[in-house]
Design a protein around this ligand. Structure first.
Ligand code: NAD
Length: 379
């Protein structure tokens, strides 16, 4: 008899829906996993909670996340509410003995992230942070190629996460601009590309950052004449030193006109290079030093069933995975970890709250570095 596991999702926006899709479908792609049952959905907006209940088949809806956390039918608490709420909800969930799936950035700052990781560890619950882009099988291939020395000695990492959803000066003030929720783009998009840098190349030891606010004020609400000053960054430019010895650059930018999902990197090494952009997430470009000069150049590696777990979604190469599939793989990794398989083994690749805390430390260091106009050690 297949085991069931009760799920409660807090928030019904972009990520709340992505989590609901993933928990609903994961058992079809990963039949060895427990069967998630959508028990409770919580949103302060009652109509949104009721709509999500009807859309996804949750057993009930509530406007109070504490009611969801306390429900004995909920074994997994999935946090997709604004960043400022992550810590309080996660601490309550850990105290109630619930496994916790939390969206990125894990917390407004590293102190809060550490408190969340410590509370989960003390409670013995499993954690997962929502760095879905790391779940792409081609990103795992890139990491494996780097670890196996196929690129030789790594000389540099150049990463960017650029989108344009805040490029319009009339785009209104939202929770993403709330300084109590952490930095601006450095937390929102920077967390993803920093996670990628650490996933591929390991620890970051030093940061020199320049954070900039490009649009000084925003309408307080859609169409409002009254404007509110922006206290967080729109563009973050970081120079990095990695523990392995190489350096790198990272940019996070949410006013990059025309860019929709440009989470991209180039890793260069003495034997070759890898180039990737999430806008073409089923492709990895590989350049190898020493190939016959007549046909030397970047080769396009195309995702297919040979790149697990692609084959669980589609038997044919080139048919392509999508954004929501990455969320399904993330949930599968979480369920595997709950079932006792170590994160990092098999198809379960985390990242858990400890790793999300490490990512948060780099974000905090960047904010500190920019304020002091100096190199700072990650601490
Ligand atoms: P959103 O604004 O679309 O949705 C947030 C939801 O939370 C809304 O439905 C809102 O009503 C609800 N909410 C607010 N306060 C609440 C409360 N007290 N209790 C319950 N619900 C409450 O935001 P989003 O884009 O879904 O982002 C949510 C989280 O997901 C953030 O942490 C964000 O950084 C993260 N995120 C991750 C990715 C990714 O690729 N992993 C993408 C987008 C957002």
């Amino acid at each position: 008899m297949r085991s069931e596991i009760g799920v409660g999702i807090i928030g019904t926006g972009f990520m709340g829906k992505a989590h609901a899709f993933a928990y609903r479908s994961v058992a079809s792609y990963f039949p060895e996993s427990a069967m998630p049952v959508l028990q409770v959905v919580a949103d302060v907006n009652e109509a949104a909670a009721e709509a999500a209940k009807a859309q996804f088949g949750f057993r009930r809806a509530t406007t109070d996340w504490r009611d969801l956390v306390a429900d004995p039918a909920v074994a997994i608490v999935s946090i997709t509410a604004p960043n400022v709420l992550h810590r309080e909800i996660a601490l309550a969930a850990a105290a109630a003995g619930k496994h916790i799936h939390c969206e990125k950035p894990l917390a407004p700052d590293a102190t809060a992230a550490r408190a969340m990781a410590d509370a989960a560890a003390a409670a013995g619950v499993v954690t997962q942070a929502g760095f879905n882009y790391l779940q792409n099988p081609l990103i795992r291939l890139a990491r494996d190629m780097i670890a196996a020395g196929e690129l030789g000695e790594i000389t540099s990492f150049r990463g960017i996460h650029a989108e344009d959803y805040m490029a319009d000066p009339q785009a209104p003030w939202t929770w993403r601009l709330d300084p109590a929720g952490g930095g601006g783009v450095i937390a929102d998009l920077g967390s993803h590309i920093i996670a990628m840098a650490r996933f591929l190349l390991g620890g970051i030891t030093h940061v020199n950052a320049d954070l900039e606010t490009a649009i000084a004020s925003r309408p307080i609400a859609p169409g409002a004449a009254e404007r509110r000053n922006v206290e967080v960054d729109d563009i973050a430019r970081l120079t990095l030193r990695f523990a392995r010895g190489c350096g790198g650059h990272v940019e996070a930018n949410w006013v990059a006109t025309g860019r929709k999902m440009h989470l991209a990197f180039e890793v260069a090494g003495s034997k070759g290079s890898l180039v990737f952009t999430q806008e073409r997430l089923n492709e990895l470009q590989f350049y190898r030093v020493g190939d016959d000069p007549r046909h030397a150049g970047f080769v396009r590696i195309e995702a297919g069933p040979q790149h697990a777990p692609y084959g669980r979604f589609c038997v044919a190469p080139g048919h392509q995975l999508g954004f929501n599939d990455l969320k399904v793989i993330e949930v599968a990794a979480f369920l595997q970890a709950i079932a006792g398989q170590a994160q990092g083994s098999g198809e379960a690749i985390g990242p858990d709250f400890r790793e999300a805390w490490e990512i948060q430390k780099v974000i905090d260091t960047a904010i500190r570095s920019s304020a002091s106009r100096s190199w700072q050690a990650v601490s």
